[in-house]
Structure formats: structure tokens, C-alpha cells
Ligand binder design. Structure first.
Ligand code: E4P
Length: 217
């Protein structure tokens, strides 16, 4: 499973890129607002750090506006993926972008039927929002399983990008459900490496090694 980081914070992206764990980045208007940065500038900076796909979301909600904004965003760098909302206008824009060879991430997906539509118009990625479904007492992860089944039934090449991930358990479950990608907040990526037995085991090894009085170098 590929790992994207869900943030527009340059320092977090740079640090994670250095770990070798990062395959791409997703942003959204809320994350851009949180960063306090100029949208196009920050997308360019992210694309210079991470060679993988970087999602940049259109602000328009009508077809013509989305197409105009998406074409402009796609020119920022070769690895920009234009993000559009899952509406009829967004799907129409997806079809246009896919004919033009522009990569598209269809976002705000909350049902299997929405995911089916996105695949039919040639979305590169579909973003089902797990955490937001859990927030309203629905089982977010079931959506990933359903989309996996539908895409496999028809050999759709659209990649399932598990989004709105809130915990390390979400990452495990998304991987078990066959998501192609998970976009994860930085803090959750670091948590994936944590285990109390790793921590205590390492403490013991460090202590025992010191007692030998030896040095490897
Ligand atoms: C995905 O692309 C979205 O930016 C993101 O995962 C939304 O997560 P949230 O529901 O925690 O805001």
C-alpha cells in the first residue's frame, strides 16, 4: 500500500520524505487555509520535495470553473493531481481531464455508487472518507471493502485512496481491505512504528550492550 501524507505543512512533508516512507501528498482547501500559505506557491514547493503525486484541489464548484482551475493547477508541476469533488460537475470535469491526460483525484466519496461513477469517467484516484463516516456512526471501512469488490468485478484501474484516516488501526484495516493508497496525517504515520515491546526490547539491548564494554566502530 502506498502512503500519502495528508498535510500542507512543508516541514512535516520534508521530514517524512527523508524517512523514505512517503509516496505522495494530498492537500485540501482546509489544510491550505491551516498552513496560512499561498496555494500555488505551497503546491509548487511540495512538488519540488516529493516526486510522487501531489493532490491540489479546485475551489470552483461548476464544471467550467473546475476545468479552468484544474488546467492551471496541472501546469504547476508534472506530478500535480487535480482534486475535484464528487458531484456531477466534478465527474464531468474528471472526464475532460482524463481525456487531456491530467491525473484526477475524486474527493468527498461516501458511497459505493459514487465510487463507481468516478471510475467510469476515468478517475486516477477515488478518495473514500473513512473517519467522517465513522463520525456519524457508519462503518467507514466497509466502504473501502465495497469499492474494492466493485472495482475488482469490473477491472477498473482507478486506485482506492483511503482518506480521512484518523488512527493507526484505520491504516491496518485499510490495508487489509485492499486500499491501494492511504493518505495519513503526519502524526499517525509516526505512530505506525510504535510498539511497547519494541521500546522495552531496545532499552534492554542498549543496557546489555553497554555492559559488554565493547564498541562496534
Ligand atoms: C483527503 O484527501 C482529505 O484531505 C482528508 O483525508 C480529510 O480528512 P479529515 O476528514 O480528517 O478532514
Amino acid at each position: 500500500m502506498k502512503f500519502f501524507v495528508d498535510t500542507a505543512e512543508i516541514k512535516d512533508i520534508r521530514d517524512l520524505h527523508e524517512t523514505g516512507l512517503l509516496d505522495g501528498v494530498t492537500t485540501n482547501p482546509s489544510l491550505i487555509a491551516k498552513s496560512g500559505r499561498d496555494f500555488k506557491e505551497v503546491i509548487k514547493e511540495i512538488c519540488d520535495i516529493v516526486p510522487g503525486p501531489v493532490s491540489a484541489e479546485v475551489a470552483a464548484t461548476d464544471y467550467e470553473g473546475m476545468v479552468a482551475e484544474g488546467r492551471l493547477l496541472a501546469k504547476i508541476a508534472d506530478n500535480v493531481v487535480v482534486k475535484v469533488p464528487l458531484t456531477i460537475d466534478g465527474l464531468k470535469a474528471t472526464k475532460t481531464f482524463s481525456k487531456e491526460g491530467i491525473k484526477i483525484n475524486v474527493t468527498l466519496c461516501f458511497s459505493p455508487n459514487q465510487a463507481l461513477l468516478a471510475a467510469k469517467v476515468g478517475a486516477t484516484y477515488i478518495s473514500p472518507f473513512i473517519g467522517r463516516l465513522d463520525d456519524i456512526n457508519l462503518e467507514g471501512m466497509q466502504l473501502i471493502r465495497d469499492i474494492r469488490q466493485i472495482y475488482d468485478n469490473y477491472d477498473f484501474s482507478t486506485e482506492i485512496l483511503a482518506a480521512s484516516i484518523r488512527s493507526a488501526n484505520h491504516v491496518t484495516e485499510a490495508a487489509l481491505a485492499g486500499a491501494d493508497v492511504a493518505t495519513i496525517p503526519p502524526a499517525v504515520i509516526y505512530k505506525l512504528a510504535d510498539h511497547p515491546l519494541t521500546k522495552s526490547g531496545l532499552e534492554q539491548f542498549v543496557k546489555d550492550w553497554k555492559a559488554t564494554g565493547q564498541s562496534i566502530l
